[in-house]
Design a protein around this ligand. Structure first.
Ligand code: NDP
Length: 333
């Protein structure tokens, strides 16, 4: 069996597959490309540090949900939707053999979720949802009755982590940046307590709401908040370091000023582990299908902050970095 590039249609590739045995040669021509039209684009915190390495003139990176509008590929029929890291663009011809250079991931079909918005493919049923699912279960290893603190709690990942933790029987405390977000977390998302880090003394408030100490910390923000939480952790606590948005603007060429964490780690014998969700790419579908089941069973609720218009991508991105979003920040093209 061989696979050869056959045709160059203005830079587009089709493929020929040749099978042969002693008596026969079988030649199959596969025209695999398909054309997609973008419906929703994602704005995510990782873009801030990662774009520094992109040469000027490169298409901005980012994932999207797109509808297949033309297809030569039976596995990707017209009308289905895909999730792909295709960058900030409205139309893309996809050669399914090509993985994106940045994430090394191929576009994949969104499961049929007719009763739900397809934009969930960028949130709860996509990368942030899998980050919450695998990061919480595999790194924090939460147990019923324990106390978890989540920073960045009212965002895409944080609000998802808190709900899974609550379903598992934990005492859930969120830290976020506005009273409106705190109210949403406690009144609608099932969090036990929420702390507004912009207006409340986080250390004192955390001691009040978690006098029993903290067993798990799901860290989305890093910096001073994380230092405060880690000094209130119990023996053998677990810290999942998911992100550090408070330092994405920092100049890391010299040693940045940071909280001294080692005494907390040593004294409380904490386990602190960073992760990137790609670690579970071989279990990607498991995360998506489990989160879908929980949404359908009413065990997970979602919220999106939707900006309309491709031309407003930049404002949506800056708004998310500033904290304007509740739940997942997306752009409807
Ligand atoms: P969010 O939806 O949580 O949006 C970002 C939020 O960060 C803002 O809404 C804002 O909320 C908060 N924020 C901004 N600046 C600060 C600051 N200086 N201090 C504290 N909070 C701040 O984004 P995501 O849910 O998509 O991502 C959350 C975190 O998870 C990020 O750090 C991201 O990089 C990380 N991540 C990591 C992955 C991995 O594989 N490890 C995968 C996906 C995400 P507020 O109003 O509360 O300030």
């Amino acid at each position: 069996e061989e696979e050869l590039p056959l045709l160059q249609n203005g830079g587009r590739k089709d493929y020929i597959i040749i099978y042969y045995d002693r008596a026969h040669i079988y030649i199959f021509l596969f025209l695999l490309e398909y054309l997609v039209e973008t419906e929703y684009l994602s704005v995510d915190p990782y873009m801030r540090p990662y774009v520094r390495d992109l040469p000027l003139g490169t298409t901005m990176i980012g994932s999207q949900v797109a509808k297949i509008v033309e297809s030569k590929n039976p596995s990707f029929p017209v009308g289905k939707k895909i999730v792909g890291n295709l960058g900030w663009r409205t139309h893309t011809i996809i050669d399914p053999k090509t993985e994106d250079l940045f994430f090394k991931q191929k576009p994949y079909l969104l499961p049929d979720i007719d009763e739900l918005p397809s934009s969930l493919g960028l949130g709860m049923l996509g990368m942030p949802g899998n980050t919450a699912y695998f990061g919480l279960l595999e790194i924090c290893k939460p147990k019923s009755g324990e106390t978890i603190v989540i920073s960045g709690a009212a965002g895409a990942v944080g609000s998802h982590v808190g709900q899974i933790a609550k379903n598992l029987g934990l005492n859930v405390i969120g830290i976020c940046g506005s009273d409106e977000k705190c109210k949403w977390l406690t009144e609608e998302m099932g969090f036990d307590f929420a702390i507004n880090y912009k207006t409340m003394p986080v250390a004192a408030r955390l001691r009040e709401v978690a006098p029993q100490g903290v067993d798990c910390y799901f860290d989305n923000v890093g910096g001073d908040i994380s230092g405060i939480v880690m000094y209130q952790m119990n023996l053998f606590g677990r810290v999942a370091v998911c992100g550090s948005i408070s330092s994405y603007d920092a100049d890391t060429s010299s040693l940045p000023k940071c909280a001294i964490l080692q005494p907390a780690l040593v004294t409380n014998q904490l386990k602190m582990e960073g992760f990137i969700v790609k670690r579970w790419s071989d279990r990607w579908n498991e995360g998506i299908m489990q989160n879908l089941q929980w949404i359908r069973e009413g065990k997970l609720r979602y919220r999106e902050t939707v900006t309309k218009g491709f031309e407003n991508m930049f404002d949506a991105f800056i708004g998310m970095m500033r904290g304007d979003n509740i739940g997942k920040a997306i752009v409807q093209v």
